[in-house]
Write a protein that binds this ligand. Structure first.
Ligand code: GLU
Length: 428
């Protein structure tokens, strides 16, 4: 390989984690990109990577150091955009993959952003509220040189929430010497947050789920649903499916796996999770299950809404669902995608299925700029329209090109990104 194409060490293609999965997804879409494939290498290299040391003073007076990241994968179509994750297993290559999936997602639903993601390698449960605040503030200060309302706009992700965003917004604003609400989205309503943002990701999963069910001739009423991860994405999606008459028969989270053939009482389960932090110990169940048995559950719709690489060659063959809605980012490996496709399981990929969150983040950012706030009905209507239209375009491309919905979504998204790349040209 000539030196101009030498792969930097941190982008090593042999890697089998999320970044390797993403690279494989790009290889699968490349044959459909025509002349734009000339630019495809752009998508295999994040534009900018920042690794920061995040030191804090613990409550007991000791000093702790955490590893923080912000990756701006692409900014061809607009500023970077994507969440910040606090998790003990966060790595640079994971954040790279998550930032790349944001590029694809933002382009697939046609919001005017590139893609970015951040994270801190920490188990937030081991920190007091004060320690968590100091860590969040120091991290924000460290990445402050590359974020901003027109540069890169963070948002919540795994283990971060409205309070995290309020601290980030405040830290950035104090450093800038002015109140800047548009620097993050997913803020509390009192700070320029948007109505409907908290529920938006789960609502989007439900909206595309209904569209997918229509295509498969499946009735939501009476459909059996299994959900992995019962937080802000899986919990809300589960609630909306239950409200529409579906039966949420199985739920798995870090605390355990629970089952009820007649459907779990979702409002009661949400209340239990809010009070105890997991589904463990919930009383209204028929049985608990071993973690690996979750994938074998008799269901019509399965919603992985936790972490990456959950559906793999080890369990894809056992899945009985007819539709999989990817609430999480990157839950299915390419090999598992092939197995599911051969079995006739319809996989609605993450870059469409969970794009409701960033879509309402976009609404929040627009509302902050104009200081004019919309009603929840307006927000939900616009969200539903964007999600339905995106689903329908992806469906059409998948029929025309005879590909999976994932490859079709990547065709649409990569074409938009690379067209922008090409017309902007290289500078200098
Ligand atoms: N963290 C969410 C995601 O993975 C939302 C990102 C955002 O709103 O910027 O899509």
């Amino acid at each position: 390989m000539s030196s101009q194409h030498a792969i930097p060490s941190y982008l090593h293609p042999t890697e089998t984690g999320p970044w390797g999965v993403y690279l494989e997804q790009i290889d699968r879409v490349t044959p459909y990109l025509g002349n734009l494939s000339r630019w495809v290498e752009t998508l295999k290299r994040p534009k900018r990577i920042l690794v920061v040391d995040v030191p804090i003073e613990r409550d007991d007076g000791t000093i702790a150091h955490f590893e923080g990241y912000r990756v701006q994968h692409n900014t061809s179509r607009g500023p970077g955009k994507g969440g910040v994750r606090f998790h003990q297993d966060v790595t640079l290559s994971e954040v790279m993959a998550l930032s790349a999936w944001m590029t694809i997602k933002n382009s697939a639903v046609n919001v005017p952003y590139g893609g970015a993601k951040g994270g801190i390698r920490v188990d937030p449960k081991t920190l007091s509220r004060g320690e968590l605040m100091r860590m969040t503030r120091r991290y924000t200060s460290e990445i402050g040189i590359i974020i901003g309302p027109d540069k890169d706009i963070p948002a919540p992700d795994v283990n971060t929430n409205e309070q995290t965003m309020a601290w980030m917004m405040d830290t950035y604003s104090m450093n800038e010497g002015r109140t800047s609400t548009g620097v993050v989205t997913g803020k509390p309503i009192s700070l320029g947050g948007s109505l409907g943002r908290r529920e938006a990701t789960g609502r989007g999963v439900f909206v595309v789920g209904c569209e997918a069910a229509k295509k498969r001739g499946m009735n939501i009423e009476g459909a059996k649903v299994a959900v992995q991860g019962f937080g802000n994405v899986g919990g809300i999606a589960g609630r909306l499916f239950a409200e529409a008459g579906a039966k949420v028969v199985a739920v798995q989270d870090h605390g355990g796996t629970i089952f009820h053939s007649n459907g779990l009482d979702v409002p009661k389960l949400l209340d239990h999770v809010a009070r105890h932090g997991s589904v463990a110990g919930f009383e209204g169940i028929e049985a608990t299950m071993a973690p690996e048995d979750f994938w074998k559950v008799d269901c019509d719709i399965m919603i992985p809404a936790a972490l990456e690489q959950q559906i793999t060659v080890r369990n894809a063959d056992q899945i009985r669902a007819k539709i999989i809605l990817e609430g999480a980012n990157g839950p299915t490996t390419p090999e598992a995608d092939d197995i599911l496709r051969d079995k006739g399981v319809l996989v609605v990929p993450d870059v469409i299925a969970n794009a409701g969150g960033v879509t309402v983040s976009y609404f929040e950012w627009v509302q902050d700029f104009s200081s004019y706030f919309w009603t929840e009905e307006e927000i939900n209507q616009r969200l539903t329209r964007i999600m339905t239209e995106a689903f329908s375009s992806v469906w059409q491309v998948s029929e025309e090109k005879n590909t999976s919905l994932r490859t079709a979504a990547f065709v649409i998204a990569c074409t938009r990104v690379l067209q922008a790349r090409e017309v902007r040209g290289l500078y200098p």
